[in-house]
Write a protein that binds this ligand. Structure first.
Ligand code: ATP
Ligand code: MG
Length: 394
């Protein structure tokens, strides 16, 4: 009978919490495949098994299942596998019987068998099993054994009373199980960088709450639509997302009225941070995430990063800080956010964008300028004006 077997990195899941984390990983796999013909997902020693609904067209299912499994963080590798019972006394005849027809349907001249025992109580060693099953396949197909460069590798995994055989192992996305690192609030601009920042944090196990600041009706709805598309797309990695669309135009106008142009950008950012933080507290998120990359633009030079961070009380995480634009762009392409990110829009910060932003602002000076504004009211205005959107996947 065919099933899928997924492996996780043992090291990532060590310690006392291991069973909780495996349960979470199983849960995530269930959510990722909830609309597919998967009948059960269970945790076996050292691996996770996905069983299929009887009578399913396996090839067709596998086309889509591969995509789903490869977006579940924490999976190290996975593959389609033939399962068979084995006899704890060491008799492998049922395994060989199941494997025979499957091997015969493969095209190959040379092969090898690699065996891993997940349960050391099984009386034969891995080497014994590989040799015995290899001998059987050689006899059955007339093909030769090649240990260094075979056309076909048959991976056997033996537990106590069951065995799995697969012909190919695909790399999973790696990373940590989503949910194991809590929640963070990602400031999602609609540009190239912040969706990549969100992805990298999800890959470290953090569920993202998205916050987008827009200047509608001073500009079109384009940036909001992009943020909505990006949040929708990123939901495939976390199954449910919340996006807040925060009206920011009025706040910017207030800032423009009392702050000289070179300092406006950092003030906008400081207000964004404060508003995002209120939302974070509401969701019990432990940190904020931005797509800043050191030196990329004026607002991301050291002194500006420092002054912006000063407005935050929660940790402010910048997962892209040491990546350059080429690396970030390549990752945006590989996760599928790039095409949306490059759609032209009028970002809220281009609206009241100064020609020459300051690059060495002093925090005391910035605080003094802010003192002329009613910070609390403006932040409250942003939080209360926010529109909440929710997305689910699949
Ligand atoms: P991105 O490609 O993510 O837009 P960027 O290179 O354009 O980044 P900035 O515009 O300086 O850089 O923004 C830096 C970070 O601040 C963004 O990555 C994002 O996290 C946050 N940010 C900027 N503008 C917005 C916005 N309108 N809504 C939400 N977050 C924003
Ligand atoms: Mg931007």
């Amino acid at each position: 009978m065919w099933c899928a077997i997924a492996h996780y990195h043992e090291l990532a899941l060590k310690g006392r919490n291991r069973s909780i984390l495996v349960r979470q990983l199983v849960n995530n796999l269930r959510r990722a495949t909830s609309d597919l013909a998967v009948s059960s997902i269970d945790s076996l020693p050292g691996r996770i098994r996905l069983r299929f609904v009887d009578g399913t067209d396996i090839e067709q299912l596998w086309q889509i299942l591969q995509h789903r499994i490869s977006s579940v963080f924490g999976i190290a590798n996975y593959g389609l596998a033939l399962s068979s019972s084995i006899d704890p006394t060491g008799d492998l005849s049922r395994l060989k019987e199941a494997l025979g027809p499957a091997v015969q349907s493969q095209q190959f001249q040379s092969f090898r068998v690699t065996t891993k025992r997940g349960d050391k109580r099984f009386p034969k060693t891995s080497m014994d099993v590989s040799r015995e099953v290899g001998g059987y396949i050689q006899e059955l197909t007339g093909s030769r054994v090649d240990l260094t460069n075979p056309d076909l590798t048959i991976h056997l995994e033996l537990l106590f009373e069951s065995a799995f055989a697969s012909f190919a192992k695909m790399p999973g996305p790696g990373g940590l199980t989503l949910g194991m690192s809590g929640k963070t609030v990602c400031l999602l601009s609609g540009g190239i960088d912040s969706p990549v920042a969100a992805y990298r944090m999800m890959k470290r196990g953090c569920h993202q709450i998205f916050v987008h600041f827009h200047s509608h009706p001073f500009v079109s709805r384009a940036s909001q639509e992009k943020a909505e598309d990006l949040a929708t797309h990123l939901t495939q990695y976390q199954y449910h997302s919340v996006l807040y669309l925060v009206p920011f135009g009025d706040i910017q106008r207030q800032i423009v009225l009392s702050v000289p142009p070179p300092f406006r950008i950092v003030l906008y950012r400081r207000f964004m941070i404060r508003i995002a933080e209120q939302i974070a507290r509401r969701h019990r998120a432990w940190a904020l995430v931005t797509g800043d990359s050191l030196g990329q633009v004026a607002s991301q030079v050291p002194d500006n990063l420092t002054v912006i961070e000063d407005a935050a009380q929660l940790p402010l995480l910048r997962p892209l800080i040491a990546m350059d634009k080429i690396e970030i762009t390549a990752q945006a392409q590989s996760i599928g956010t790039y095409e949306t990110s490059i759609i032209p829009d009028q970002d809220c910060c281009t609206l009241f964008m100064p020609a020459h932003p300051a690059i060495h602002p002093k925090i005391e000076a910035i605080r003094k300028m802010e003192a002329t504004l009613d910070i609390e009211t403006l932040v409250q205005q942003g939080v209360e004006g926010a529109q909440k959107r929710e997305y689910s996947f699949p």
